[in-house]
Design a protein around this ligand. Structure first.
Ligand code: SF4
Length: 411
């Protein structure tokens, strides 16, 4: 039987995260979210448009609250008199949750006077930075944007368009101090195959100045040699959002990617970089809930067979986007997808969940797929090995951060 929201009287936090992604949550008037929670804003990462909550087992979720489908959600969040927050489903108490407060650094300014929340945003426990200007599918090649994407809608009052390396470093250091972040994720849209190149100076500076783990998400580069340079520089993670495995869905929903990049080029970039970086350092990002579910399963198989790990986003119809009026997906068929995601990683020996203190709120992480297994002890031995590897990774990470601190102190 598929995993259930309530099992033996306890909430399954993986299933709750999925149901909240698909249904959203109503904020009861008892709540003081402006004071107690992170600000709800639609930023360029698009998906991070909801209320950040922490569920059992330290699982973070960014829960839709403003999308039109939330109108019919069975979920509500309420604040009790003792100032704790609780999730209700159909008016029945489900579980207590926490609201991570607004990060202290958000209102601080960089040395050049930029407000830090306009430079980078917390998504779960990591810092996400859309460092470049707007993706050219919204500008130079206007009209070719991906239909679920809100990137071109989000500038102005919320976010700086152009981010200087110095502003990014100031913000990353503040986020490390205030939020103990371990991972910084850079993201760029399409710039004629030069997105990765544009992110290089930021990635380099963060690695040198802070030693934190760095991930780079960009469209496939013109010349794959740049991935060799990134590896040599110390970049830890590359991700490629090819979104849909079905060629028809890819062409229909991502017209710019179809016309100027091609799905084949994504596959080549994933294969090249996963061979270069090794298992578990490269991800293929896909969206579940728009193409037929069999294709999502095929995507997971293809990605893991090619040494990468799948990052599976649950489609969120963001208001104002081309697909803003589409329904949000049903959670039931997606339970199988996330169980399959976990099984495929285990079967192909893809290490998951190793990065220290990395909790992602906008997707169900590969290691969170275990909450969807029928038999949760099926991979016990492998999970024990992964736990031991995690300790070793943390030691290496701490050494890298200490070295960077020493370099900074010596300046
Ligand atoms: S490539 Fe597509 S998803 Fe990415 S920023 Fe551009 S339009 Fe949005």
């Amino acid at each position: 039987m598929a995993a259930q929201l309530i099992e033996n009287g306890k909430v399954n936090p993986g299933v709750l995260k999925l149901e909240l992604f698909c249904r959203g949550i109503k904020i009861d008037e008892s709540c003081h979210v402006e004071k107690d929670a992170r600000k709800i804003s639609r930023l360029r990462a698009g998906l991070g448009s909801g209320l950040e909550v922490r569920l059992d087992d330290n699982i973070h979720a960014n829960v839709p609250v403003t999308e039109s489908f939330v109108e019919n959600t069975p979920f509500a969040i309420k604040r009790h008199d003792d100032a704790t927050y609780h999730v209700y489903k159909d008016d029945k108490h489900i579980t207590q949750v926490e609201l991570p407060p607004a990060p202290g650094f958000y209102d601080k300014k960089t040395q050049s006077g930029k407000i830090m929340s306009r430079v980078a945003q917390m998504q779960g426990t990591y810092l996400g930075i859309y460092a470049t200007d707007v993706c050219s599918f919204w500008t130079k090649y206007k009209g070719n944007n991906c239909k679920f994407c809100s990137t071109g809608l989000n500038l102005g009052p919320l976010e700086e368009e152009e981010k200087k390396v110095e502003d990014v470093i100031d913000t990353v250091l503040a986020a490390r101090r205030d939020e103990n972040i371990s991972f910084v994720h850079f993201n760029a849209g399409y710039f004629d195959g030069e997105g990765a190149e544009r992110l290089m100076p930021y990635a380099k500076a963060v690695i040198e100045e802070t030693g934190l783990l760095v991930g780079v998400q960009a469209t496939p580069a013109k010349d794959f040699k740049i991935y060799d340079e990134m590896k040599a520089m110390g970049v830890n993670h590359l991700s490629f959002c090819y979104e849909f495995h079905s060629p028809e869905a890819f062409a229909e929903i991502c017209p710019g990617k179809e016309k100027y990049i091609t799905q084949e080029r994504y596959f080549d970039a994933i294969k090249y970089s996963a061979n270069l970086f090794g298992k578990g350092f490269v991800s293929g990002e896909i969206i579940a809930g728009l193409e037929p579910i069999e294709w999502t399963h095929k995507a997971i198989d293809w990605i893991t067979e090619n040494k990468a790990f799948p990052t599976v986003c649950v489609f969120r119809p963001i208001p104002g986007t081309d697909y803003g009026d589409k329904p949000s997906p049903e959670p039931e068929p997606l339970k199988e997808v996330f169980a399959h995601m976990y099984e495929a990683c285990m079967k192909h020996g893809i290490p998951v969940g190793l990065a220290p203190n990395l909790k992602i709120s906008i997707v169900i992480q590969p290691d969170e797929g275990r909450y969807f297994l029928e038999n949760r002890n099926k991979y016990k031995l492998t999970e024990l090995k992964l736990a031991a590897m995690k300790v070793a990774v943390k030691t290496l990470f701490n050494q890298r951060v200490k070295k960077a601190e020493a370099r900074r102190a010596a300046k």
